[in-house]
Design a binder for this molecule. Structure first.
Ligand code: ADP
Ligand code: MG
Length: 292
């Protein structure tokens, strides 16, 4: 495209709160035929809150919250923060964990009041061979509702299930429908469990879901699609998303997300509204058309 067309295009983008890094980024976006979207913080608001606590017999609701929140106190993960915030709102006093370990994509292990407490997914529970049969029913029911359930164990024994829920952003559903009209396939990628991911995907109209993807494997998902000959955009907000944003033909960051995600991207959506992805692609197509 001509320098003038580029200037017009990036200028229009800025008016809509879409920051485009350089002319090449603007030109490239017209070729995108596949969009990979992170779930938490990208399709959803990324501010989950604790909505369910289901103790196994022998534990009380406040005990589960005390153990889980004390274990998550050192966590920077939104799931951990949601549990800690809930404990504070309920006025449940937390105790300082004497040991703490966060395992990316799985959960946390901590020593609380002399007990080993784990909060996380089934793959975390394997570390201490926690039997899940007493908790599985609750886990599956909550995930089918689109919530993110986590197992809680104390000294290798099942203690309960807690679940957090996140709200879908305004505009996510409409953006996916618009992308479809442009002939672009949307794929959700998330570390969350399959049922939860599929429930959220259904609500926004996404058909293809890649769930239980470990943080370090998101870039590999993008690379595989590219080796199938697709031109891929990745949309994400987190530290976890940065390598995938850099790998993609077009990296699109959520402006309310982490700095590293923004730095790794070609385009930033200031408000985080996914309809900005549609606008960016339309701007790119219009810019290219002006020279043909
Ligand atoms: P996402 O792609 O949604 O950001 P992550 O890769 O960070 O997800 O985490 C994947 C899964 O690992 C979560 O859905 C949860 O089951 C578990 N997990 C990760 N961190 C924590 C934590 N601090 N506490 C409990 N569970 C966690
Ligand atoms: Mg995210």
């Amino acid at each position: 495209a001509t320098p003038t067309a580029i200037m017009v295009g990036t200028g229009k983008g800025a008016q809509y709160g879409i920051l485009i890094k350089g002319g090449e980024s603007l030109e490239n976006a017209h070729k995108i035929n596949t969009i990979v979207l992170d779930k938490t913080g990208t399709i959803t608001k990324g501010k989950p809150s604790l909505v369910d606590v289901e103790p196994v017999p022998g534990f009380s609701v406040s005990e589960i919250i005390r153990f889980a929140a004390s274990a998550e106190k050192g966590s920077e993960h939104p799931l951990g923060e949601a549990i800690v915030k809930d404990a504070q709102e309920r006025g449940i006093p937390l105790t300082e964990a004497t040991k703490f370990d966060a395992i990316p994509g799985k959960g946390v292990v901590a020593e609380v009041e002399g007990h080993i407490v784990m909060v996380g997914n089934s793959s975390l529970m394997e570390y201490e061979e926690v039997p899940l049969d007493e908790m599985e029913g609750a886990f599956e029911r909550l995930s089918a509702e689109g919530k993110t359930p986590m197992y809680v164990s104390v000294d290798g024994k099942p203690a309960g299930v807690v679940a957090v829920a996140d709200t879908i952003k305004e505009g996510s559903r409409e953006a996916i429908a618009e992308l479809k009209k442009l002939g672009i396939e949307a794929i959700m990628v998330t570390g969350d469990n399959r049922r939860t991911a599929e429930a959220i995907a259904r609500q926004v109209g996404i058909e293809k879901v890649m769930a239980e993807v470990l943080p370090q494997d998101k870039a590999e998902v993008v690379r595989k699609l590219q080796s199938d000959g697709r031109i891929v955009a990745m949309v994400g907000d987190g530290i976890n998303d940065a390598p995938a944003l850099a790998q993609a033909d077009t990296g699109i960051a959520i402006g309310t997300g982490t700095d590293i995600a923004i730095e790794s991207s070609d385009i930033t959506l200031m408000s985080g509204d996914l309809r900005g992805v549609v606008t960016a692609i339309k701007l790119s197509r219009a810019t290219i058309r002006t020279i043909r």
